[in-house]
Design a protein around this ligand. Structure first.
Ligand code: NAP
Length: 610
């Protein structure tokens, strides 16, 4: 056993230089520059016609079709990784009548929409692409491109014939529980009316794109789009192919999160000029992508992928492992900061916290040094340095983003307080007008903080006409974060903010959620139950457990640069009811053991059956 020593991950933590007071003061000063009123405001794309087009699908033409009026066993909302895995599990359970419904023009979810140049998953491909063993597929690279992931998901759908009855380019407008017929009625924006015994919410966490509310956006005379709707008609090229139409154009990229940093280098290759508008620099660790070693597959034993996922998860939770199989920035830096070594018996709590802070500082210093080493211009390098604790923002990993600033055609526009306004000519920062032909909004998605009832994009009307939004007005209430009282025969795939757990490798959580849905439905069928509903007691017990394990970290988080993780600078408003099973991001293994024990017992404890 080699319990990982967290310090290993950081490149030589210079703790001797660490002056906690000075570092804290610097972090707070940088935070304050960004604590600007309205920084997280977003366009209401449902009601603002001027911006609704940003959601249109540029990849697949919309086909006319007649409305479908039908009855089925299961409607699955979403054809991304989660929805597809549910489909596979339903087939396994012998349930063949189901329909996937998705706004996209095909399967793939996040990977359907995000086809921006350079798109890549920064979680290792061998644990991220689902069902590798069943599909007999080995990803070609350590970190897979979006194109490879999408092709794999399409292959999964083909293998299991999951798209046969799917309704694409179709948004659900309302789902209503019909007590008399004991079925959900799912209505859509294509006029469909589908009744279904079960309804599974697999909407994902990156399905709602975010457009900021910068003044004057609608006045811009050039071309603009969100990164999740890349307009290759305008830029030329295609996913994985060079963009051919940008040679005489200046492109502005707004946003420097995981998306923004991936698309800058390909844009720099293609455009006359690229202006990168940065509000907060990401911490960008080494990527180290490489082709899969041809011998990799030769040594794989059956069950290897699940074991590799578990190995990653164990390291991320600070559990001892024989070997760190993934061995990357997540398992080094993220795990080290997340799981500092235990407090020594003779150590004061203050000293322990200081030690954890020093580990964090060492890792962030290594990131700042990396910027200095890679970026030639010292002024630009200074602005690209992240000054906050490592977990204040989602970390990024890339090997070409920072060096792109050494090109003569790439310029960083640092704007910690945001962009003043956008005119017909382009963004204005500190009174300076930047003239651009195109603006790419790499401004992200409504992720962790957006409640499930909003993410699904339509009212879910349960027993007595009460909606899920009304039920969850004071925060989530559920059994296992997947079933809700008042919403019979409804499953929600586990996700942040809904009393389940969070995993960096989302696929592993989706695999578990799909297994749960498939096996629960199989047991219900076996038991001859037509309807299940969570009992009031079971829901209360689960919610109490979630609230009971909530750790109020708001004092630490308040010192963070504002981000989704600290509720944009207001961590004290985070609702304990929307927490996870276990501390922090939750204990995936304990959660899985509990779900599997519940499934194995077969009693469906906590459910009222009819
Ligand atoms: P994001 O992380 O939310 O980043 C959005 C960026 O837009 C930030 O830099 C943000 O600045 C900036 N921004 C937002 N509003 C702005 C405004 N009004 N003015 C100026 N700048 C503004 O979004 P993302 O990069 O699309 O990533 C979203 C999530 O997708 C990630 O957290 C990750 O989970 C996932 N993702 C994963 C991968 C992968 O490789 N696995 C790749 C891409 C995305 P601030 O930082 O100052 O808020």
């Amino acid at each position: 056993m080699t319990g990982r020593e967290p310090e290993e991950g950081a490149a030589a933590a210079p703790t001797d230089e660490f002056d906690p007071e000075a570092v804290r003061a610097r972090y707070l000063a940088e935070r304050d520059k960004r604590l600007v009123e309205g920084r997280a405001d977003i366009r209401d794309l449902d009601h603002d016609d001027r911006f609704a087009r940003y959601r249109d699908d540029p990849f697949t033409p919309l086909q006319d079709r007649d409305p479908v009026v039908d009855d089925t066993d299961v409607v699955i909302l979403g054809g991304g990784i989660a929805g597809l895995l549910v489909g596979v599990e339903l087939r396994r359970a012998g349930i063949d009548r189901f329909r996937i419904v998705d706004r996209a023009g095909g399967v793939g979810g996040t990977w359907y929409w995000n086809r921006y140049p350079g798109v890549m998953c920064d979680v290792e491909s061998y644990i991220y692409l689902p069902l590798l063993e069943e599909m007999g597929y080995v990803p070609t690279r350590r970190y897979a491109s979006g194109e490879e992931i999408l092709a794999h998901l399409q292959a999964v759908a083909d293998r299991h014939d999951l798209a046969r009855d799917a309704l694409f380019h179709t948004g659900v407008t309302r789902a209503t529980w019909d007590e008399e017929r004991q079925r959900w009625l799912v209505e859509t924006d294509r006029g469909d009316r589908i009744s279904s015994r079960y309804y599974v919410l697999a909407a994902g966490i990156l399905n709602l794109l975010k457009l900021p509310t910068i003044d004057g956006m609608e006045d811009f005379a050039g071309h603009s789009f969100h990164s999740a709707r890349w307009d290759y008609d305008y830029t030329g090229g295609g996913p994985g192919r060079p963009m051919t139409e940008l040679g005489d154009r200046t492109v502005a990229v707004l946003g420097t999160g995981a998306t923004g940093i991936q698309c800058v280098e390909p844009l720099a290759e293609a455009a006359r000029q690229v202006l990168v508008f940065q509000r907060t620099p990401s911490a960008i660790g080494e990527r180290g992508n490489r082709s899969t070693d041809p011998s990799f597959a030769e040594h794989l034993e059956p069950g290897w992928q699940a074991r590799r996922m578990d190995n990653f998860q164990a390291v991320m939770l600070g559990r001892p492992v024989d070997e760190d199989l993934t061995d990357d920035g997540w398992t080094h830096d993220y795990a080290a900061v997340q799981n500092p070594p235990r407090k020594a018996p003779d150590e004061s709590f203050a000293d322990y916290l200081r030690r954890a802070e020093a580990i964090d500082y060492g890792i962030m210093e290594a990131h700042r040094r990396r910027v200095e080493e890679l970026v030639a211009d010292p002024g630009t390098a200074e602005h690209l340095k992240p000054w906050y604790r490592y977990l204040c923002k989602r970390p990024c990993f890339h090997d070409e983003y920072l060096t792109a600033f050494n090109r003569p055609n790439v310029t960083l526009v640092d704007c910690p307080g945001g962009i003043d306004r956008i005119t017909a000519r382009g963004p204005v920062v500190d009174g300076h007008q930047y003239d651009v032909d195109c603006i790419v909004y790499a401004t992200g998605f409504e992720a962790e903080l957006t409640p499930l009832y909003r993410r699904v994009g339509h009212p879910i009307v349960g027993v007595d006409g009460v909606t899920l939004a009304e039920r969850w007005a004071d925060g989530a209430a559920s059994l296992f974060g997947m079933m809700v009282r008042g919403c019979p025969n409804l499953f929600a795939m586990p996700a942040p903010g809904q009393q389940a757990v969070v995993t960096v490798n989302y696929t592993q959580l989706a695999v578990l959620g799909a297994e749960f849905v498939g096996r629960t439905i199989a047991t219900l069928v076996e038991r001859g139950a037509r309807v299940f509903e969570v009992s009031a007691e079971a829901e209360q017990d689960w919610t109490d457990r979630i609230v009971g394990s909530f750790v109020d970290a708001s004092s630490v988080m308040a010192a963070c640069t504002p981000s989704r993780i600290n509720n944009e600078g207001r961590p004290e408003l985070l609702n304990p009811r929307n927490g996870n099973f276990g501390r922090g991001l939750g204990d995936y293994f304990a959660y899985r053991d509990l779900l599997r024990a519940w499934l194995d017992a077969g009693h469906l404890d906590g459910l009222e059956l009819r």
